[in-house]
Design a protein around this ligand. Sequence first.
Ligand SMILES: [Mg+2]
Length: 252
Amino acid sequence: MDYLLSEEGRRELEALSKGRCLYAFDFDGTLAKIVSDPGGARLGRSVQVWLKALAKRAQTAVISGRSLEDLRSRVGAEVSCLVGNHGSEGPHVVQEEMFQVQETCHGWLQLITDQFQADLTQCGVFVEKKSYSLSFHYRTVQQRSEARALISRVVAALAPTPRIVLGKSVVNVIPTTAWHKGTALQKCMRQFGCTTALYVGDDVTDEDVFALRDPRILTVRIGKKNASSARFFLKRQPEIVQVLRLIVEMAG
Ligand SMILES: [Mg+2]
C-alpha cells in the first residue's frame, strides 16, 4: 500500500482528472468522522464545501451501508449518485432485482424462525431483519464462541447459500444476487459513462470495491492495513479534505 498524498499518489489523481472519472466515497469513517452515536454522523464544514465544488466539476457518488433515505438526509442533493445498503439501493437497481433479494431474505427468516429461534433466543443472539439482508448480533453475549458456532450452523442451513460479511460482533448474510459496493460502483460508472473512478472507504464492505482489482478504479483505504486490497491509503479520516481539495483543483 502506498500513501495517497505522496508524489506517486498525486500523479495517479492527476491522471484521473484527465478523463471522465467518477469520484466515489463511502460515508461513515470516510467523508464523515466516526461518532459514537451513528445518528449524529454528519459532514464537516470543509468536506461539504469541497464536495459541493467537486460535484460541480465531475461525477460524484456516495456509497454507504446506510439506507438511501438516511444517506440523503446527511449528504444532500449535490452529488450525482447516492447508493445505500452496501450497494443494494440506488438508481442502478431495478425493482425486480430488489424484490428478488427481499424474497430470499424473507425465506431465510422463515427458516430461522421455524428451526432455530429457540436456540438463538437461549444463546442471546438477536436477528435483525433489514430490507436486503439479515444480521446476527452477538455483542451482548457472554459465551461468544458458542454464539459464533450456533450462527455458523444457522447460516450453513440457509438456502440459497448467502454471501457472508463479518463485522464487529455481527454476522451479515446477503443474497448473492444483491449488488455490493463493488458491482454498484461499476454499474454507476457505466451509467455515467465514466471510464475511470476513485473510491475511498474505511471498512470491511469497502473491500468489495478494493478486491475487484479493477484497473480503472483507484482504490484508497482510510488507515493503512496490510490485509486490505486497496492500493493506496490515507493516514487519518480528516485527510479526506486535502484529497477533495486536490481533485477540485486538478479538475480546474
Ligand atoms: Mg465506512
